[in-house]
Write a protein of this length. Structure first.
Lengths: 142, 134
């Protein structure tokens, strides 16, 4: 099939690809994003804002405070954090204990900094942020 | 929440204490004190007033510097509620961390931590001193 046998819009696109191969790549990526976008709601939790450091720190889960902040213990110090992209539901303390029993060892991946840092919690290879969202313990914030 | 406050400002010792090769100098040379003074003045607006302390940790990694940043930021809110103050500046490309802390019990402190040397043989050097409260 030659370029001339294609319908007009495709012909233009095909010609553009020959001149600029990047068009093909951009188009493919855009298409993939359109398809994958609705399916990747959970992964967007981490990737939506600041780039991650990729550094995970071993912490121990302590509990939740009155403001629905997560308390994590690191090196004998209790630190106040939030779940990245999520807000714990009010009264979620009891249910939270089912997923994160007191003293459970986790890894915290720091996502954003500030007065109260937001983290993704990992329990071995399980993203606990996703789990808490799926189980209705937390809700997404924008 | 009281245990949050008990351990504040000793975070460095907790982290650094777990490392075997840590060394601390309470008396520092003129050159080192001048260096810390300059860093303190740049970050807090005033030079050090005393209590110079230098620590070197080896082997060190970027994760340790990030953990130090994490611990200070994580306690900032609790310290603020107690009338204290914490300012943390983490310049990741330079592998440098500047921290100002103030509490009624321990006064104002300036701490700077830098990761120096190659990736597989890096050293974490921390300089600390007291400063004029902001």
């Amino acid at each position: 099939m030659t370029i001339h046998s294609l319908p007009e819009p495709l012909r233009v696109q095909s010609a553009a690809r020959k001149k600029h191969p990047a068009v093909l790549r951009t188009g493919t990526i855009a298409g993939a994003l359109l398809i994958v976008g609705p399916l990747s709601n959970f992964s967007a939790l981490a990737a939506s804002s600041t780039p991650t450091t990729g550094i995970k720190i071993n912490v121990t889960f302590v509990g939740m405070d009155a403001d629905q902040h997560l308390l994590l213990k690191y090196g004998g110090v209790v630190l106040k954090t939030t779940l990245s992209g999520l807000k714990l539901n009010k009264g979620a303390g009891g249910v939270l204990g089912m997923f994160l029993p007191d003293g459970v060892r986790l890894q915290a991946e720091i996502i954003t900094k500030g007065n109260i840092q937001s983290v993704i919690l990992w329990k071995e290879k399980t993203n606990m942020n996703q789990q808490l969202l799926i189980q209705g313990v937390a809700q997404r914030i924008r | 929440m009281s245990y949050l406050c008990d351990s504040r400002l000793s975070i460095t010792l907790i982290i650094l204490g777990s490392l075997t090769l840590a060394s601390a100098q309470t008396s520092v040379s003129k050159n080192v004190s001048t260096l810390i003074d300059a860093k303190a003045k740049q970050f807090t607006g005033s030079p050090c007033t005393g209590d110079y302390e230098v620590k070197e940790l080896k082997p060190a990694t970027l994760k340790m510097l990030t953990a130090l940043d994490f611990t200070y930021r994580g306690q900032a809110d609790a310290i603020k509620k107690d009338g204290g103050k914490v300012i943390v500046q983490y310049i990741r490309p330079q592998r440098l961390l500047n921290i100002y802390t103030f509490s009624k019990a321990k006064g104002a402190k300036f701490l700077t931590a830098a990761l120096v040397g190659p990736k597989n043989n890096a050293v974490l050097v921390t300089h600390q001193c007291t400063v004029v409260p902001q």
